[in-house]
Design a protein around this ligand. Structure first.
Ligand code: URA
Length: 246
């Protein structure tokens, strides 16, 4: 078995957002950091980054935050943005303050636009992020779409054709799945992530999206009990679901 990497305790805590090196040093020296119930009072001590560390270490009586390699699911509400390019509060403002100070930083896995709600992943694992958003990954993303006008009836065949050209683009969209739910509501599943893609697909068939909500990435569904604005850590089995259905 390969040995777990080690890191200095003060560096570990600073990188997890517990404070500057000086601040975490104070926490450590004051005996607030316990490993297996015993205070570790030397910030130079090297700690093995074993998967069970978060269960064995406490900081001020709370379990240590998850180690790097963190993946979160967030139920993004309407009105928050994934990018500095849009006006308004960023999705990161919904995370605990300490998580916003982590190094490596958490980034959104792709984007939802400001007026779109639903399932958004965040991770500090750059390689994983690229594995999910890479066009080669071909991961389906499902959207629940509410429309301004009744469906025409030919949306399924138009979206499935692989010939639909969005305004201002020179490459047709890949085939997308369409399932009507009611006269003015449908599920659309796409594997690409072009700018405002779903809204523009409906504009291309003479309609207008009034509400857009992502409820699935791969086979991972947004849980009913995760309220808008809430997040939780994704387990390994749930992460594997992201890659199912590709
Ligand atoms: N399509 C859109 O139009 N907006 C999103 O946020 C995602 C897909």
């Amino acid at each position: 078995m390969s040995k777990a990497p080690t890191v200095r305790l003060d560096r570990l805590l600073a990188n997890l957002g517990y404070g500057s090196r000086r601040e975490v040093q104070d926490l450590i020296e004051a005996g607030y950091v316990l490993l297996d119930g015993d205070a570790v009072i030397d910030g130079d001590e090297r700690i093995a980054l074993t998967p069970d560390l978060a269960a064995r270490m406490t900081v001020e009586d709370e379990p240590l935050d998850p180690l790097p390699g963190l993946v979160l699911m967030l139920n993004k509400p309407v009105g928050v943005t994934c990018s500095h390019k849009e006006q308004g509060p960023l999705v990161y403002s919904l995370l605990p303050e300490r998580w916003r100070a982590r190094n490596p930083a958490l980034s959104t896995v792709g984007r939802l636009d400001k007026e779109t709600s639903g399932l958004l992943l965040l991770t500090d694992d750059g390689a994983l992020l690229h594995r999910i958003i890479s066009p080669k990954a071909n991961i389906p993303k499902r959207y629940d779409v509410t429309l301004d006008r009744p469906l025409r009836g030919d949306e399924a065949s138009i979206f499935a054709a692989g010939t639909l050209m969005l305004e201002g683009e020179d490459k047709p969209l890949l085939p997308a799945q369409f399932e009507a739910v009611s006269a003015q509501r449908a599920f659309v599943t796409i594997t690409e992530g072009r700018y405002h893609q779903v809204r523009r697909m409906f504009a291309a068939v003479g309609n207008h999206v009034t509400a857009l909500h992502r409820d699935r990435i791969g086979a991972l569904a947004l849980p009913d009990d995760l309220a808008a604005g809430q997040n939780r850590v994704l387990g390994e089995a749930e992460l594997a679901q992201v890659f199912q259905g590709a």
